[in-house]
Design a protein around this ligand. Sequence first.
Ligand code: GTP
Ligand code: IMP
Ligand code: MG
Length: 336
Amino acid sequence: MPCEIVVGGFFGDEGKGKIISYLASRDKPVIVARAGVGTNAGHTVVVNGKPFKLRQIPSGFTYEKARLLIGPGVLINPEIFFKEVEETNCKDRIGIDYQCGVIEKKHIEEDRGSSHLHGKIGSTGSGCGPANAERVLRKLKLAKDLPELQPYLTDVSLEINEAIDRGDTVLVEGTQGTYLSLYHGTYPFVTSKDVCAAAACSDVGIGPTKVDDVIIVFKAYVTRVGAGPLEGELSEEEAKKRGWLEIATVTGRKRRSAPFNFKLAKRAVMLNGATQIAITKIDIVFPDARGVSNYDELPVEAKNFIEKVEKETGIPVTLIGTGPGINEIIDRRNEK
Ligand code: GTP
Ligand code: IMP
Ligand code: MG
């Protein structure tokens, strides 16, 4: 498929990083482009047992031939950007758009010092909210204003559109999740912009007619960090008992958890125009699913769950995560 977009279906942390790195190795995209808000996101990718926690670099860095791009809708924190460029050794293939907004120290201080953002909303304290607010006021510095970013600057939308027009494969990675969207989420307990598939297109500069597939990622249960409603929320004790208690990548906070929510899933499929579903962490809910790579070998309860997801949402579950490693996955394309 020439252009595929990956988005989160719940409140972020669905495991998009792992799904994206799998798709990058399977589909061999010429470009992997990062969309989304900025350094508030943390994607975890485990390569040969080594975990990478990425807040800026596209998770598809694991496919070594891909050009890595960051779209103009994404905020850059130069310090985090350079640290990750080094860690992933991608200096020669990463590009950021001239018009990426820049997060400065003052934005981080404002975010962390705000009783509204950090206190009430439970923001990540990464400065994204204050930086996007300044961008709306048209005062924010852009990547092109910073000498240290000059070697990396490029026209991201032009590169991507030319690749799509040539028939090359492009993978666009969204961050956060549908219900953290400023427009479609649980306002005011949301992030500082829309994060659905249409916004991901806009972040990297492609029109909706250029997209072939929208893959929505759901975890087999729901988690949420920060404040805001969470239907069916479990006590910390119950979450621990079930093995659902997670620690957030960016902030180190405990993630709240609840059972899979079919109503939210159905609506998220609608809001994103999703064509396929990826379900992660099926092995946490059904331990016998750990490491399984063939659908037929899943425990019957897990198959029933997958079938129910397909029935309720009306679209196919094409990928099923059975462990954190890139290749711990069932790819149902292999069935045919
Ligand atoms: P955001 O952009 O912040 O929403 O991040 P994300 O969606 O990439 O998810 P994040 O990396 O924050 O959290 C997912 C966690 O689940 C990571 O630790 C992954 O390694 C792990 N993970 C992903 N898929 C699976 C899976 O199928 N099984 C298991 N056991 N772990 C998984
Ligand atoms: P902000 O985006 O840092 O302003 O945070 C606003 C809300 O979105 C808070 O509840 C955060 O916990 C949540 N949030 C932002 N980015 C992510 C993410 O990548 N994963 C999970 N939650 C996030
Ligand atoms: Mg995350």
